[in-house]
Write a protein that binds this ligand. Structure first.
Ligand SMILES: CC(C)(COP(=O)(O)OP(=O)(O)OC[C@H]1O[C@@H](n2cnc3c(N)ncnc32)[C@H](O)[C@@H]1OP(=O)(O)O)[C@@H](O)C(=O)NCCC(=O)NCCS
Length: 157
């Protein structure tokens, strides 16, 4: 039987950078965000960066920001869970937490880009209420297409 994990989600700080970068490398290898970019996102105005902790150790994180183009929208840049902690609901919890913070800041919807063959992430997002809005060809490089997925945050409130 799988033991229920106690997962704590909190705002990330620059002190989490090394651990966050380690998880990013574990998840994306050579396609990982650079440490500089992660450092920038952790301290930039308007970004929302959350970490999930188990036994006081960061095991996952999510980063996004609020965008304003006539209406307020949330935009997720990355969501990573360390391999040993997957399929325990941690990504879903991080997703729910960032959506709440976007909603509290007045966002009506939340969007993200995902590689069209990232089936784990596609399942996760569909299961959490996201639908494919469009496809962006070559988003991640030549031949590497992305879906843009969106969720209405105000439905079923
Ligand atoms: C995608 C990722 C974030 C999922 O994290 P997670 O904590 O394992 O996700 P959850 O436990 O919340 O999963 C919720 C649901 O998503 C779906 N899902 C998650 N991982 C899946 C997988 N490997 N295969 C199929 N479905 C999957 C399932 O429906 C799952 O529910 P279930 O476990 O009850 O079947 C994780 O695999 C990861 O970090 N991958 C590498 C980085 C990445 O691709 N990030 C997304 C960038 S867009």
């Amino acid at each position: 039987m799988m033991v229920q994990l106690q997962v704590h989600v909190r705002r990330a700080s620059t002190k989490d950078l090394n651990r966050i970068y380690k998880i990013e490398l574990e998840c994306f290898g050579e396609n990982a965000f650079t440490k500089n970019l992660l450092s920038y996102l952790l301290s930039a105005d308007g970004t929302v960066c959350l970490v999930a902790e188990v036994d006081d150790q960061v095991v996952g994180f999510i980063m996004g920001c609020l965008e304003f183009d006539g209406e307020v929208k949330g935009h997720i840049f990355t969501l990573d869970v360390s391999e040993d902690y997957r399929r325990r609901g941690i990504a879903s919890k991080l997703l729910g937490s960032i959506e709440k913070s976007f909603l509290d800041a007045g966002a009506g919807s939340c969007c993200l880009e995902v590689h069209v063959k990232n089936y784990a992430a596609l399942n996760l997002y569909r299961r959490n209420g996201y639908s494919v809005e469009k496809i962006i060809r070559n988003y991640y490089g030549p031949g590497l297409d992305a879906y843009v997925m969106r969720k209405n945050l105000t439905e079923n409130r």
